[in-house]
Write a protein that binds this ligand. Structure first.
Ligand code: WTA
Length: 651
């Protein structure tokens, strides 16, 4: 629709703002801005009011114990997360309400009511106990997007065993390191999963991973793909999920967990080659995701909510599983790829289940934008009432396209900023209140003290700087698993008394926040966090590679793409075969999400005289910018050669 496109461009140029309609506002949970004042006056009282809506075996003595940078929330309180996500709803009219609607990639549907979920989680909790899993034991879960994944997580929460979910797209080696770092004793996986119509051999990957994981005693295997993938079951170690569930008793007493007991570990990329295990605890995490889910998505009893994220990432933990279920909402899970069997899949799901609240990533929106309206117009999207975005900055063009073509100018868009570490949304509009500016995540959630500061940590009134958080929040990470020193160094050392997010942001004259991306060596590729160092380590692990420097290059679709500058060992020839081999090597070491988009062979990498690789220069070269000051270079000739090479021979 070219006129529509013109109009979108016009609106962006006009810097138009969008207020919620009167109808939306009048029915919203939050209808006026007084909530910000109330939360600011006493953040503790604000958070406490949400904690009170949950079930506790024992009430807390203090809301917050804050010894910077260590926080404890709802100190002395006892609760169980699975009880709050399930049991709390089965004695209410929600008992027979859909808790999880699942759509398989092949088109199957499975609906679990709260009562169904209660039965499955109780039974699997008993299976876990039967396998000797006790409170505090870590359980690694490597599953596709099937109902057994949230069932396994909730069963772990029920018996107090912290889960460690590993995204199904990670390689065997990534799985090994996550199992070993968390010292898990049990692995839950599947024979396979479906992705773009083919089978991902999860059990095969797991078997490879398990050759080097001394702590694992048992493996529980879900049969998902059946005959399509032959699996070998190791006697005494591997057990089928369906066999174990057949005779499992139907009720398991929930463990009364301390508010600060560990709920889960989730590994994410940092600035070093080694992923870090982010630690989340019980009472604060649940209160945080409960409150934000309720207010940000303005959730109503009759909503059908769909977040397209994989549960292997934090978005799936907080806003596919825990936030929605704590609220007694209906959460939809889709197993497969957005393009399968055709590019109408997302919208066919919206139509089929009458989705009302839809939460996805800008990369997906930009892909749909590119794919055009043909498939879009085939489906009825009139049930939608609220849209969300997460994972990377959303450019105003994509925002407007989403607003006009998906939301039909009727649905507010909540652009939500947060991180694995924050556990919950921290910057976001409130849909019934906030005047939206396309591309801006707008304001901090009530009770959150966010700021933009300069090099010295001084607050910037208007302009660009580092994004920091100045007060604690309930779902904040408590530490890095097994590495408390790194917790302090990574988050609390850049600026005194502030949590450093690793992002930079702009604050405009009206106080709106515009998140600009990472300032550190973490890339954001299609909404996935990948560290440059991880990819570099994977490359130098290959016998042909001498040195590698990896950068994230701006990419219209994915936000960033991965470019690797690589020098080879003496006598090794660079050719397209080696190029493919190196890309494949990274896939094997990390997973397909980390496959470099381009690899550039170079005789040497540009370094300062003290031997530091100049990534800034490499980024400038990759993005075709005029090069800045190169006087600190040890050998300026290296850059000249690279520039010549990159200019006309991109690989
Ligand atoms: C980026 C995902 C701009 C940011 C929930 C952050 C965003 C990193 C947004 C965390 C947003 C997330 N606008 N950037 N709305 N949301 N980011 O840990 O750079 O996978 O630091 O958590 O994603 O990624 P993570």
């Amino acid at each position: 629709m070219p006129e529509e496109q013109e109009r979108i461009e016009y609106l962006i140029k006009q810097k138009k703002t969008f207020s919620p309609s009167k109808g939306f506002r009048d029915n919203a949970i939050v209808r006026d801005e007084s909530i910000y004042k109330r939360a600011k006056r006493s953040p503790e009282a604000f958070w406490e009011s949400f904690a009170k809506e949950l079930h506790w075996y024992r009430k807390w003595k203090r809301v917050l114990d804050w010894k910077l940078p260590h926080s404890k929330w709802f100190v002395g309180g006892k609760m169980n997360v699975s009880y709050n996500c399930i049991d709390r709803h089965i004695d209410s009219p929600r008992r027979n309400k859909a808790a999880i609607i699942w759509e398989g990639e092949l088109g199957e549907t499975s609906i679990l009511t709260y009562w169904d979920l209660y039965r499955e989680v109780n039974k699997f909790a008993n299976v876990l106990k039967d396998l000797g899993i006790e409170k505090g034991d870590r359980v690694t879960i490597y599953l596709p997007m099937i109902p057994e994944l949230p069932i396994a997580m909730l069963a772990c929460a029920r018996i107090g065993a912290p889960h460690n979910v590993v995204f199904g797209g990670f390689s065997a080696e990534s799985l090994t390191s996550r199992i070993n770092d968390s010292k898990s004793t049990l692995l839950i996986t599947a024979d396979g999963g479906y992705r773009k119509g083919s089978v991902v051999a999860l059990k095969k990957n797991a078997d490879e991973a398990l050759t080097d994981t001394p702590t694992i005693r048992n493996v529980v295997v879900v049969k998902r793909v059946g005959d399509k993938e032959s699996v070998s079951m190791k006697k005494g170690r591997d057990l089928w999920w369906h066999d174990l569930m057949k005779y499992a008793p139907p009720y398991c007493d929930p463990e009364k967990m301390d508010s600060e007991d560990l709920l889960y570990i989730l590994y994410t990329s940092g600035t070093t080659g080694k992923p870090k295990g982010i630690v989340h605890t019980t009472g604060g995490f649940l209160t945080g995701v409960y409150a934000t889910f309720k207010l940000v998505f303005d959730i109503r009893e009759e909503d059908t909510y769909w977040c397209t994220a994989d549960i292997g990432w934090v978005t799936g933990h907080s806003y596919v599983v825990y936030g929605p279920l704590a609220n007694g909402a209906t959460t939809l899970m889709y197993e497969g790829a957005p393009k399968y069997p055709d590019i109408g899949r997302f919208w066919s799901i919206v139509e089929k289940y009458g989705v009302t609240v839809f939460y996805t990533a800008p990369t997906a929106i930009r892909s749909y934008m590119r794919w055009g309206d043909e498939y879009l117009n085939k489906y009825n999207l009139s049930t939608l009432r609220l849209l969300g975005s997460v994972g990377e900055p959303i450019n105003p063009e994509a925002w407007m396209w989403y607003y006009v073509n998906i939301g039909k100018k009727r649905c507010p868009i909540v652009d939500t900023w947060w991180q694995t570490e924050t556990g919950m949304i921290l910057i976001t509009p409130l849909p019934g209140v906030t005047k939206l500016k396309p591309g801006s995540a707008t304001f901090p959630f009530p009770g959150i003290d966010v700021d933009v500061v300069d090099e010295n940590g001084k607050s910037i009134k208007e302009g660009t700087g580092y994004l920091v958080i100045k007060n604690p929040w309930p779902a904040m990470l408590r530490t890095i698993y097994g590495d408390p020193k790194r917790y302090v160094e990574e988050y609390w050392s850049r600026f005194p008394n502030m949590y450093f997010t690793g992002d930079w942001a702009n604050k405009d004259k009206d106080g709106y926040l515009w998140i600009l991306g990472r300032v550190d060596d973490v890339m954001n590729v299609a909404g996935h966090r990948i560290s440059t160092m991880e990819v570099e380590s994977a490359l130098v692990d290959h016998h042909s590679v001498a040195e590698a420097a990896v950068i994230g290059k701006s990419d219209e679709l994915k936000g960033q793409s991965i470019v690797a500058f690589t020098s080879l060992k003496e006598g090794i020839k660079s050719d397209s075969k080696l190029l493919d081999e190196l890309k494949q090597h990274v896939v094997k070491k990390i997973g397909a999400i980390a496959r470099p988009d381009s690899i550039i062979f170079t005789v040497e990498l540009p370094k300062t005289r003290s031997g530091k690789i100049m990534r800034r220069l490499l980024r400038d070269i990759a993005e075709g910018r005029v090069l800045g000051d190169t006087t600190t270079l040890a050998d300026p000739e290296v850059v000249k050669q690279l520039k010549d090479k990159y200019g006309h021979k991109e690989m």
